[in-house]
Ligand binder design. Structure first.
Ligand code: ADP
Length: 373
């Protein structure tokens, strides 16, 4: 709330004495009565009150408003809505200590100011979303750290498997004797089962660590999410001498998805391509991200195409198997997690070789009935 006094001097909210904020200093719009808020929500238009003291919006129950009108003598009020994509996100109000309606030029000035403030608000909230996507990177880092844990994991799983193998052999010996020792064999098989269960629990624990659980699905603009993901790794892309291009379809249906998980898939595919192309010394290192607009009711299609060495396996499905990696420090979990995420979103992820070179990783996700802004 801005307050005009003696001509054009505007005093920010914090400049007013506490008595104007009788309902608490933390109220953002202390002088907006419910009547005014309701009018703003309904009309989304500027409210110009020539004399608050005689206006129906003047409710004596609002002590802050009463203090302003009766204490300071503020009479003429102007409330300008802050609209983002036709949605009311706030309002700017100014008041005059006399009954003197605002001139059109003054109203235009405040309207322009409200528009600027709305843009600033939108950019702040975009910043916040960028920070949220950092979680995706943190997660990617966690996967990298998992690589270092591999040795100890192997050790942990090896131990119960070796014990199970020993118990299995011993039990078999008890059973194949001339006089089979059924009870001893039974005990051995129970121990065998216990070791196998332990190995399964270890594997499940690792899986739980790697996979980000508890995703929150919401309406998600595919293009916007891809652009944000690319911004996160642009430095890495440039550092590797890769040029990136996007071919994003104009009007895609929104999807119902978890932003962080969806970006994790994009980040994984991009980073894999960048890593694959780092071995290409002659020729272009080019990465293209393409989205396509399907017919209504069909899935959104996303493709990440690179000019790297292509696929070195006969069956591309091999790449999606957990722990399949050709990288010295690779974990081989990236693609299998990506597939899990896409399938959890009701879609499909697959890989194919490009002609003459490179690989394309592409996926589909069912689109909603609404269109992204
Ligand atoms: P990691 O990156 O730890 O190896 P991934 O599951 O992400 O695990 O990838 C598995 C393997 O798939 C990689 O090691 C690589 O051999 C192959 N791969 C992934 N992306 C590409 C690509 N764009 N071009 C060629 N091979 C790829």
């Amino acid at each position: 709330m801005l307050f005009e006094q003696n001509g054009y001097r505007m005093v920010a909210r914090s400049g007013l004495p506490d008595s104007y904020f009788a309902e608490g200093r933390n109220h953002v719009y202390p002088v907006l009565s419910f009547g005014i808020i309701a009018r703003l929500i309904k009309s989304r238009a500027t409210i110009h009150i020539a004399d608050m003291a005689t206006d129906p919006a003047y409710v004596p129950h609002n002590p802050a408003l009463v203090a302003l009108v009766e204490g300071v003598g503020a009479r003429t009020f102007l409330f300008v809505p802050m609209l983002a994509d036709d949605e009311l996100v706030g309002a700017i109000g100014i008041a005059r200590v006399e009954v003197k309606p605002f001139a059109d030029t003054q109203i235009d000035l405040i309207t322009d100011f409200a528009a600027q403030a709305t843009i600033a608000l939108a950019s702040t909230s975009r910043e916040r979303r960028y920070r949220e996507t950092q979680t995706a990177l943190e997660h990617a880092n966690r996967i990298a750290a998992m690589g270092q844990l591999t040795a100890s994991i192997v050790h942990e799983v090896k131990q119960p498997l070796a014990a199970a193998s020993l118990d299995g052999r011993t039990s078999l010996n008890w059973l194949t004797r001339n006089a089979p020792e059924i009870e001893r064999a039974k005990l051995g098989i129970e121990r065998f089962q216990g070791h196998i269960d332990r190995a399964v629990r270890i594997i499940e624990r690792i899986h739980g660590l790697v996979r980000k659980t508890g995703g929150e699905k919401q309406r998600l603009g595919v293009n916007e999410t891809i652009v944000e993901a690319i911004e996160l790794v642009r430095g890495e892309i440039l550092k590797n001498g890769v040029t990136i291009r996007t071919e994003l379809a104009d009007s895609l249906p929104v999807i119902h998805g978890d932003r962080v998980q969806f970006q994790q898939v994009i980040l994984n595919l991009i980073i894999n391509s960048v890593q694959a192309m780092s071995s290409v010394n002659d020729g272009k290192r080019e990465l293209v991200v393409v989205t396509s607009a399907p017919e209504p009711g069909e899935a959104v299609h996303v493709a990440v195409r690179d000019s790297g060495p292509g696929l070195n396996v006969e069956n591309p499905e091999r790449l999606f198997q957990p722990f399949y990696t050709t990288k010295p420090n690779g974990m081989g979990m990236g693609l299998s997690i990506c597939r899990e995420i896409i399938e959890d979103h009701g879609g499909r992820l697959w890989a194919s070789a490009n002609i003459p070179c490179g690989a394309t990783f592409q996926f589909t996700v069912p689109g909603g009935p609404f269109h992204a802004p």
